[in-house]
Write a protein of this length. Structure first.
Length: 219
């Protein structure tokens, strides 16, 4: 029996205030101020993960530790992730470390293709990614962004066929949208807002900016 839970269930559960669900699991970023303090938090997380037999992805940097939780066997977040998220937050609090939910984000590369299989084979080969489902590619080390090859009916020479999908927390998306527009960007398509906005830079390169909303239809 699957223990998968929805983003809404995760968010509404007690002890998840440090975390945001943004496209590819539940993420948190803890400000540490030093590499040594960050390493201490990573060591604490490692003990918790081994005890739970459930292991997150961790990125240790000089001033922060980023953590991603996802259950690959269910392809989504689960109650195991919920339990580990609470334990990690408690460990960070014990070490006097605060989370910065506004810094959480998730990036995916999206490629529009008429022949999805052919385009996917190329990107799988050149990136060394693993296939996931019918159109996705994933870095086996979990370091590089996922690649999603999206079906289109016909070639589109008048528009880019490669764009970025950027997922950010709902509580920061308006600020990020305003910053992008102030920096010279423009809204190309807002028909799907507030699920996502398609933005373009001054030369037409596109990004879909999406808040990972609890009430989104794909949840």
């Amino acid at each position: 029996m699957s223990d998968a839970i929805s983003p809404r269930e995760f968010r509404q559960s007690e002890g998840t205030g440090d975390w945001r669900v943004v496209g590819d699991g539940a993420r948190a970023l803890f400000r540490t101020g030093s590499f040594t303090r960050g390493a201490a938090l990573v060591a604490a997380i490692a003990e918790l993960a081994d005890a739970a037999d459930h292991h997150p992805d961790i990125d240790l940097r000089y001033g922060a530790v980023a953590v991603r939780l996802i259950s690959h066997d269910v392809g989504d977040i689960s109650r195991r992730d919920l339990a580990l998220a609470r334990a990690i937050s408690a460990a960070a609090a014990e070490q006097g470390l605060a989370a910065d939910p506004s810094a959480v984000q998730s990036l995916q590369i999206a490629i529009d293709a008429v022949d999805v299989a052919a385009v996917r084979r190329f990107w799988q080969a050149v990136l060394g990614h693993d296939p996931v489902d019918d159109a996705d590619l994933s870095d086996p080390l979990g370091v590089l962004p996922n690649v999603w090859v999206q079906q289109i009916d016909a070639a589109r020479p008048e528009r880019n066929t490669v764009h970025l999908d950027l997922y950010v927390p709902t509580d920061v998306v308006e600020e990020r949208l305003a910053a992008a527009l102030a920096a010279g960007g423009r809204v190309v398509n807002d028909e799907n807002a507030p699920e996502w906005w398609t933005l373009a830079d001054p030369e037409g390169n596109e990004v879909d900016l999406a808040p990972w909303r609890d009430d989104s239809p794909w949840k």
